[in-house]
Design a protein around this ligand. Structure first.
Ligand code: NAD
Length: 420
């Protein structure tokens, strides 16, 4: 099979290896398998921005559509220092499997700009977002590709993307992005959706493993949208959050952290570091602290061959995308640790993004209670399907989830055939 050197990256090699392994298990048609290994289209753009210093800086941005067999593409927009074509392409592929697994009518996409958002002013971020949007405008649209927030981007970023796109159309087009502020067509419950979905997945895991979530100890790496929301919901439901961290470092208290006070500390100081009454820990140490549930919710490749044998959690729920390297995956599996894979654990975000898109297209908005109960239903159904495939095939949850996702996409390719 021809290799795509331009997409080469660690995460891309992992994504391809996962697909190849699952293709073998599924007895996938080799012609369909070959098509799934390549993104449908990828765009690289230069994004010039006049910085506050009046100097013009040129950033590099990407948008990749992996597959369109099931519908328009969907995927986050990431602002981070290490964004590359290979990483974005791999993440787009993971989105394809995630959308298919959750039975959403989407293919996978991803976008990103290589930058350090923490060091940029709001004005610089707005100009970066608007120019990036203008550069990729032919790749996005409500029935073509619908971006959403990811690492380093938020509701405000989505509002700027939506406004820039709408200006080129001469009308408001809310359906071009999800994860927007409520006032311009966002959905109730979208901000909390990924963290909430993780909690629903953990409830299902606890049910199958025969224990309760209440009273379990939890360590969370990353206290942003995903980790912060999951921390609050788990704490509210009686779990004991003993450690959390952000890019500056972490805090640890074996008696449990008061998440509401921690949120207030974060709002005041900009970091969880320095929270009174907690011991400081590094981002590496926090992963190895004893706990029942470990929730990596920051960046990729955090659980690797160098630390997997020191992880003490019984369950790892992947809030982040790709937090476990393939080597670590094998070690964790051999040690009997249950890993709820990213494409299942963090799928709540794209599920409620789908609800937001549907609401926007219909100009009819649902109550938050409707959103959360539908999300719970979708998460439980997907989790149980994956669990059952795992039992039946004798495979771990990651393999089972990938098998479910890839199988649906392959079936769509089979019935649609190859053009021309
Ligand atoms: P965010 O920017 O809101 O928060 C990221 C958090 O991680 C922050 O607390 C940040 O300080 C911390 N962090 C950043 N770099 C770190 C590092 N090197 N070490 C430790 N902590 C670090 O981002 P988010 O939306 O919460 O996304 C987090 C992860 O979840 C990403 O991998 C993203 O792809 C994934 N994800 C997000 C969503 C979503 O809906 N937002 C959906 C699915 C998956």
């Amino acid at each position: 099979m021809a290799e795509d050197h331009e997409f080469d990256s660690e995460l891309h090699r992992t994504a391809i290896a996962q697909l190849d392994r699952v293709a073998g298990r599924l007895n996938l048609d080799p012609n369909v398998h070959e098509r799934l290994r390549h993104p449908r289209r990828a765009l690289v753009v230069s994004v010039p921005v006049r910085m506050d210093s009046d100097r013009t800086e040129v950033f590099t941005g990407y948008r990749v559509h992996h597959d369109t067999a099931l519908g328009p593409t969907k995927g986050g927009l990431r602002y981070a220092e290490d964004v590359s074509l290979g990483e974005v392409t791999a993440l787009a592929m993971l989105m394809t499997w995630k959308c298919a697994l959750m039975e959403l009518p989407y293919g996978g996409a991803k976008g990103g700009v290589r930058c350090t958002p923490r060091t940029m002013s709001p004005r610089e971020l707005e100009h970066l977002t608007r120019r990036y949007t203008a550069e990729i405008i032919l790749m996005i649209g409500p029935d073509l590709d619908i971006p959403a927030p990811d690492l380093g981007t938020d509701e405000q970023t989505m509002a700027w993307v939506m406004d820039t796109y709408s200006m080129t159309q001469g009308k408001s087009v809310p359906g071009v992005v999800t994860g927007k502020p409520l006032i311009i067509g966002g959905s109730a419950g979208r901000r909390e959706a990924t963290g909430r979905g993780i909690v629903y997945a953990l409830y299902q895991a606890a049910r199958h493993l025969g224990h309760e979530l209440r009273g379990r100890t939890v360590v969370i790496q990353g206290f942003g949208n995903v980790g912060g929301v999951a921390a609050r919901l788990l704490w509210r439901d009686g779990a004991i959050v003993t450690g959390v961290s952000d890019f500056k470092g972490g805090v640890w208290n074996p008696q449990g952290l008061d998440i509401r006070q921690l949120e207030a500390h974060l709002a005041e100081s900009g970091s969880v570091v320095g929270f009174p009454g907690a011991e400081p820990v590094t981002n590496e140490e926090i992963l190895e602290r004893p706990c029942d549930i470990l929730l990596p919710a920051a960046v990729g490749s955090q659980l690797h061959a160098g630390n997997a044998d020191r992880i003490k959690a019984h369950v790892v729920a992947e809030g982040a995308n790709g937090p476990t390297t393939p080597e670590a995956d094998v070690i964790l599996r051999d040690r009997g640790i249950t890993v709820i894979p990213d494409i299942l654990a963090n799928a709540g975000g794209v599920v409620v993004s789908y609800f937001e898109w549907v609401q926007g297209l219909q100009y009819y908005f649902w109550k938050e209670s409707e959103i959360t109960s539908r999300l719970q239903e979708v998460m439980a159904r997907a989790f149980n399907r994956v669990w059952n495939v795992g039992q039946k095939e004798g495979v771990d949850l990651r393999t089972a989830a990938l098998m479910e996702g890839v199988r649906r996409v392959a079936e769509a390719h089979r019935v649609r055939g190859l053009y021309p």
